[in-house]
Design a protein around this ligand. Structure first.
Ligand SMILES: NC(=O)c1ccc[n+]([C@@H]2O[C@H](COP(=O)([O-])OP(=O)(O)OC[C@H]3O[C@@H](n4cnc5c(N)ncnc54)[C@H](OP(=O)(O)O)[C@@H]3O)[C@@H](O)[C@H]2O)c1
Length: 236
């Protein structure tokens, strides 16, 4: 099973819906091998079955055993050119003073501790492949929106985690704010609101891929500011 050719490999968490699925689809159709996950097996299988060279493993990214399974799948492919921490929890949307430490810890378990646990497991192969490390961030990481504090604190910390691990390991690391997107998470953040004016996640993927497969220095970026990659180009 070890990949002996130069086919690039990506690990993208949360690949059954939204931005994660759009990214997995573009990478898969661009000739990459992709490992991805989500908690709900049926939705994950339905979303990824039509895509070539996708290894879909259902599980919760917070679960260390599941993290081991993801790392093992990458190990079988023999390289890792791109690791994207995309799976995310919105958490309680209320003033921070009304959020208990336990509730904050629950949000951080998905948005911060899981990315650390998974990165640690695949770091040797990511380094050996000179791969890129990406945390999907948010404008909430740098703004101070009332009631978004738990999510925002996790995203700000994820930015630091990804960029610091990048600096420590001489990796191309990027914290990327994708901008508002028409997804299930966005709808949960704005219940009852018509979000049809927000762009679909597919529109941001060519910008995100241009950034993370290009030669931009490590740092925090907004996808909207990046020129779009033509997806007919080789995205590596
Ligand atoms: N949408 C926006 O407007 C927006 C704006 C800024 C930043 N972002 C960021 O963009 C990223 C993608 O968001 P999205 O809007 O595409 O979200 P989404 O539509 O809710 O999709 C989230 C994906 O992650 C999976 N997932 C969630 N928790 C997981 C867990 N614990 N373990 C494994 N998989 C998990 C979900 O599947 P299961 O539920 O089956 O696990 C699903 O596949 C997130 O990091 C989000 O914070 C989004």
């Amino acid at each position: 099973m070890t990949s002996t050719n130069g086919t690039p490999v990506a690990l993208v968490t949360g690949g059954s819906a939204g931005l994660g699925l759009a990214l997995v689809s573009a990478l898969s159709r661009g000739g990459w091998r992709v490992v991805t996950d989500a908690r709900h097996a049926d939705a994950l299988v339905a979303a990824t079955a039509p895509l070539p060279d996708v290894t879909a493993i259902h599980g919760d990214v917070r679960d260390p055993t599941h993290q081991n399974d993801l790392a093992a799948a990458v190990g079988r492919l023999g390289r890792l050119d791109l690791l994207v921490h995309n799976a995310s929890e919105l958490g309680p949307m209320r003033p921070l003073a009304d959020v208990t430490p336990d509730q904050l810890a629950e949000v951080l378990a998905t948005n911060l501790y899981a990315p650390l646990g998974l990165t640690r497991r695949v770091l040797p192969v990511l380094r050996a492949s000179a791969g890129a490390l990406v945390g999907i961030s948010s404008d909430a990481a740098v703004e101070h929106y009332p009631t978004w504090g738990a999510y925002a604190a996790g995203k700000a910390a994820l930015d630091h985690l990804v960029l610091t691990i990048g600096a420590e390991n001489d990796l191309r690391a990027y914290a990327v704010d994708p901008g508002d997107l028409r997804t299930a998470m966005h709808q949960r953040a704005f219940p009852g609101e018509d979000i049809s004016d927000r762009p679909l996640p597919e529109t941001v993927v060519p910008r995100l891929l241009a950034l993370v497969t290009g030669d931009r220095p490590p740092g925090r970026y907004r996808a909207i500011d990046e020129p779009a990659l033509q997806l007919t180009e080789v995205v590596r």
